[in-house]
Structures are given as structure tokens and as C-alpha cells.
Design a protein around this ligand. Structure first.
Ligand code: FES
Length: 203
């Protein structure tokens, strides 16, 4: 009979980070974060919290906590190792593929689990900059255009979801006019909307 471990579909690196997660935020540790970001929904069991310490414009230290699955744990553990010492700008730009590449890949259906860590990291950087009254040039730079005709970005959609202004595709159309030009972006809008609803626990 095939052994339990032989059925493990993850790489050895994923297994290592899952079994020995780095930079975990232990409850009894007095980690004073300069910025904290939280994303995800407890309802689907994948909430993520990231805290960073910042020194000289760099991520000096990081802690994280999640109720996510093996992939979310391994991805965030790997991310926490990667971003230490990075400038805030570099850390802001880290993408799920950068993380999954370092892990030697994740099963296709698990890729979405890796987005929570880097989203929470960006939220922690946003929080740090906001708390300190600093400009946040990274947020704008990292916005991706979803509807070219109407200039609607993923961040605009995210903000509307976060502020409880948009829950449906129709809400977004009414608020931004997205999808009302050539119409080729409609599927992309729906995918972005459902991703944001999920990430912010509004789904
Ligand atoms: S790209 Fe969105 S309507 Fe044309």
C-alpha cells in the first residue's frame, strides 16, 4: 500500500516550512510591530496577520500568524525569510510567484493560498506608512489596470470592497463604469471582485 508520505504532493521545501515555520508570531512573544496587516476571513479559516518592524526604510523583522492551510503556512514562512532586510519598496513588490518559485512550486489549486501572506505584508507596510504620516508611493505603483476603457484598477476594486461599497459586479459597474466600454474585461472584473471579497472576508 502507498505510504501516507508518498502521497504528499508538496515539495520538500514546502514540507520543511510547514513543519518548521519561520518567524511565527507566538502569543507570549512581546513583538512590538511598527505596522500590522490583516487579511482573510475567519469564516473560511484562512485569516492572516503580519507584523513588521522597520528600520532605515527596511524590513528589520517580521512575524506572522495564520489559521490557513499547509500552503498558506509554508508560503508565509518562506516570504518572512525572503523579506527580512529588504527595502519597503522591494518587500511591497514581492509576488505570490516569487514565493512559490522559492518553494519549488505549489499544486495549481493551492496557488491562491500564497496570496494571503504577501497581501497582509503590503497591508502592514501601508499601516506603517500611514501611522507615521509618510507618503505611500508603492500602493499606486503596484495597482494593476483591470478595465482599460475606464481606467479601473484592482486597488480601486479592493477599496470599494473593503469599504463595503461593492459586493457585486453590478455595484462595481454602477460605481466605476467598469466593463461598459468594449466589455472585454468583464470576466477579469468578476475574478478580481471574488478574490477581493474572499481576501477581505466579505464573501
Ligand atoms: S476594458 Fe473594460 S470595458 Fe473595455
Amino acid at each position: 500500500m502507498e505510504s501516507f508520505m508518498a502521497k504528499w504532493v508538496y515539495t520538500d521545501t514546502v514540507k520543511d516550512h510547514f513543519m518548521n515555520p519561520r518567524n511565527l508570531w507566538k502569543e507570549d512573544e512581546d513583538f512590538k510591530a511598527d505596522g500590522v496587516g490583516e487579511v482573510g476571513s475567519l469564516a473560511c479559516g484562512d485569516q492572516m496577520r503580519v507584523g513588521i518592524k522597520v528600520s532605515d526604510g527596511k524590513v528589520a523583522d517580521i512575524r506572522w500568524l495564520t489559521y490557513g492551510c499547509a500552503s498558506a503556512i509554508a508560503s508565509t514562512s518562506m516570504m518572512s525569510e525572503m523579506v527580512k532586510g529588504m527595502s519597503l519598496e522591494e518587500a511591497y513588490k514581492i509576488s505570490p510567484s516569487d514565493i512559490t518559485d522559492k518553494l519549488g512550486g505549489l499544486p495549481e489549486h493551492k496557488f491562491h493560498c500564497s496570496v494571503l501572506g504577501d497581501k497582509a505584508l503590503r497591508a502592514a507596510i501601508d499601516d506603517y506608512l500611514e501611522k507615521n504620516g509618510l507618503d505611500n508611493p508603492y500602493k499606486k505603483q503596484s495597482a494593476k489596470i483591470i478595465c482599460e476603457c475606464k481606467g479601473v484598477t484592482d486597488q480601486m476594486i479592493e477599496n470599494l470592497v473593503k469599504d463595503d461599497k461593492a459586493k457585486t459586479f453590478e455595484d462595481l459597474v454602477a460605481l466605476t463604469g467598469c466593463g461598459t466600454g468594449c466589455g472585454k474585461c468583464r470576466e477579469r472584473i468578476k475574478e478580481t471582485l471574488s478574490e477581493m471579497l474572499h481576501i477581505h472576508g466579505k464573501g
